[in-house]
Structure formats: structure tokens, C-alpha cells
Unconditional design. Sequence first.
Length: 144
Amino acid sequence: MKLLFLNGPNLNMLGIREPDIYGKQTYADLERYIRDFCGELGVDCEILQSNHEGVLVDAIQSAYGQADGIVINPAAYTHTSVALLDALKAVDIPAVEVHLSDVSRREDFRQISYVRQACRATFAGYGFEGYRLAAERLLCQKGQ
Ligand code: DQA
């Protein structure tokens, strides 16, 4: 089982950006957290962060035939990107959406998620743990 973890714009600024919303842990801490729980779950993982929509689209396309699942926090592209939605639909790899913050309790413009249509579940507001919950959801579905 191989999972691709994709993180969108400004998540590299974790620890610095709006710590009251996103916490004080850094992006390096997030990567370590993901690698640790993937080790525990016996899952191979690839982790990518980009501030560029096209790089994220390329990564989704490259996962075709390679990854068994995608955990994606598209960050701000959640609320704008038809291109990410189309890429997820194109490869048809089981995907789960994650947000560190509880977007449902934030601004109106964060209530729209384009990628959600191509995702099997969404975990928002669980901080780093959301990534683990997403991976476990993908593992469960693989076993069914
Ligand atoms: C986010 C929520 C988005 O609305 C925001 O643009 C982000 C991070 C989150 O993880 O809570 O950059 O995806």
C-alpha cells in the first residue's frame, strides 16, 4: 500500500503562519508525524508540498498506477481549483481531503471545496491527526 500526501500553498509556513489557527508545529514536524504513523501502519508514503497549482496537478497525474490512495490538503486551492478536482477525477485514485483547521467554522469563502466532489471523506479541524485519520480511512476501504 502506497499513499501520496499532498499539501498545498503556504503549508510550508506552518509554525510561522497564524499559529492561533494552524498551531505552532512546523511543516517538518508534519512530515515527521506522517512518516511515523505510516511506519506504524506499514504503509509506504510520499509527501509533497507545493505553492503551485500545476505542480500539485502533475503530482496527482504521476500517482496514476503508482499510488493506492491520496491524502490531500489543497489549502487555499481547496476553494478555487477545478484543476485539482479534474486531476483527482482523471486518475480515479481513492482520495481523502484534510484540513488542519475546521473550515466549516471559518469564512464563507472557505465553505466551498471543489476537491470534495472527488474525495471519499473529509477530516477538518483535527490538526495533524486528520492526516492519520485520512490514511486509516483509505486503508479500511482498501481492505473492503
Ligand atoms: C487549510 C484551510 C484553508 O482554507 C486554508 O487556505 C489553508 C489551510 C487548513 O489546513 O486548515 O491554507 O487547508
